[in-house]
Design a protein around this ligand. Structure first.
Ligand SMILES: [Zn+2]
Ligand SMILES: [Zn+2]
Length: 162
């Protein structure tokens, strides 16, 4: 692998990392504005989450680099992610949806799913054990979609009570 393709592979890996999304959400939770300028590097980048879009998409705009977009819709329930988890194949699900895909109960936790269980999107197995809980993203979604988020909380609590 030459240097350029190695760099591209690493960029791809970083751009697919749940930690990057957590960092974006962390930043957006911290500041009222969606824009940040790093003066030392002179690279202005911006994060954006448009609540009026039909599907919530988190965007990271890096000048002179491809813009990155992350759809925040859960493919299992087709709603905005709620208590999001990233499986190690970097597919995102609501915690309740990830638990049902992994055949575990909510209180047991996503990570306790059997290594044989497969991701509902890509079909890869062994992806539950190192699932990442995305707390900053959850907080961001709670703030930006407050009404929806609270309705979902009530729904999930009602399910737990049954
Ligand atoms: Zn879901
Ligand atoms: Zn997957």
């Amino acid at each position: 692998m030459n240097f350029k393709s190695k760099m591209q592979a690493e960029h791809l890996e970083i751009s697919q990392s749940p930690r990057l999304i957590e960092l974006m959400a962390f930043y957006m939770n911290f500041s009222e504005s969606n824009h940040m300028i790093c003066y030392e590097l002179c690279i202005p980048f911006s994060c954006d989450l448009d609540v009026s879009d039909p599907e919530p998409v988190l965007r990271l705009v890096l000048p002179s680099y491809a813009n990155l977009e992350y759809n925040l819709t859960c493919v299992v329930c087709l709603h905005t992610l709620f208590h999001p988890y990233a499986l190690s194949c970097v597919h995102f699900f609501c915690k309740p949806c990830a638990c049902s895909a992994g055949s575990v109960l909510i209180f047991e936790g996503v990570e306790s799913a059997s290594p044989k269980m497969k991701c509902p999107v890509c079909g890869e197995d062994g992806v539950f054990g190192n699932a990442v809980r995305m707390t900053e993203l959850d907080l961001l979604l709670k703030r930006r979609f407050e009404k929806q988020w609270k309705e979902r909380l009530v729904e999930e609590r009602a399910k737990d009570a049954n």
